[in-house]
Design a protein around this ligand. Structure first.
Ligand code: AP5
Length: 218
């Protein structure tokens, strides 16, 4: 199974990607997580990426494409992968298509998680993330058992630097300008499947798995 998860900030791509990765035994590849690791480790890529990320803008295509191409070449991605947050521009989508076609490993499907802006803002203003296992929590929708602590590994939860309301609004605008055109790109290729992501987490997971099971049976 080779999947791309599309959807605006806060749609639940990361949340669902972790669950789907567990369910199908394939890695979640989140460009946001990889970039944040580079920022934390102060690598050259991290230093360049940070200026864009802090403003809610996209990191230049070339940097991200190289990073993903390298990651897709790792052994755990051989049996499949879930791309979470990549591609995000038509140029990234074309590069991915070229690389996967050359390797005779086409995408199985592109899942489009749809939510409205106000729900996205509500979700992101309540988000806390575990820096170790990357699980996300939400003060309104899914609080951890003990405030500020990850239920799974006991790490201290963190807020993301780009989750303040102004930056979230800018991220949504950038998504509309640069990523929304990918819906058409993938619809034309017969790969796009829409999931209503306004529903509670478990319901979204059930709908997504049902959809993927249907695709596997087809
Ligand atoms: P990235 O980390 O990918 O951020 P994003 O796309 O803005 O998406 P989010 O992680 O904010 O949202 P999500 O949809 O994953 O939601 P989540 O599951 O966490 O990218 C960050 C930045 O990196 C970009 O702005 C850019 O600068 C750069 N970047 C990354 N990829 C790039 C690329 N390809 N090209 C260029 N630049 C790139 O859920 C959100 C909250 O809602 C959580 O609290 C969660 O618990 C809660 N929640 C989730 N689902 C539900 C539900 N169904 N009901 C109730 N609550 C829910």
């Amino acid at each position: 199974m080779r999947l791309v998860l599309l959807g605006p900030p806060g749609a639940g791509k990361g949340t669902q990607a972790v669950r789907l990765a567990d369910r199908f035994g394939i890695p979640q590849i989140s460009t946001g997580d990889i970039l944040r690791e580079h920022v934390q480790e102060n690598t050259m890529l991290g230093i360049r990426a940070r200026t864009f990320m802090d403003r809610g803008e996209y990191v230049p295509d070339q940097l991200v494409v190289e990073m993903v191409t390298e990651r897709l070449g790792e052994p755990d991605a051989e049996k499949g992968f879930i791309l979470d947050g990549f591609p995000r521009t038509v140029r990234q989508a074309e590069s991915l298509e070229g690389a996967l076609t050359a390797a005779a490993r086409p995408l199985s499907a592109v899942l489009m998680f749809a939510i409205d802006d106000e729900m996205a803002i509500r979700r992101l203003s309540g988000r806390w993330t575990c820096p170790v296992c990357k699980r996300t929590y939400n003060m309104e929708f899914k609080p951890p058992v003990q405030e500020g602590i990850c239920d799974f590994d006991g790490s201290e939860l963190e807020r993301r630097a780009d989750d303040d309301e102004l930056t979230v609004r800018r991220r949504i605008e950038v998504y509309r300008e640069q990523t929304a055109p990918l819906e058409r790109f993938y619809r034309e290729r017969g790969l796009l499947r829409e999931v209503d992501a306004q529903a509670p987490e478990d319901e979204v997971t059930e709908r997504t798995i049902a959809l993927l099971d249907e695709l596997e049976d087809a």
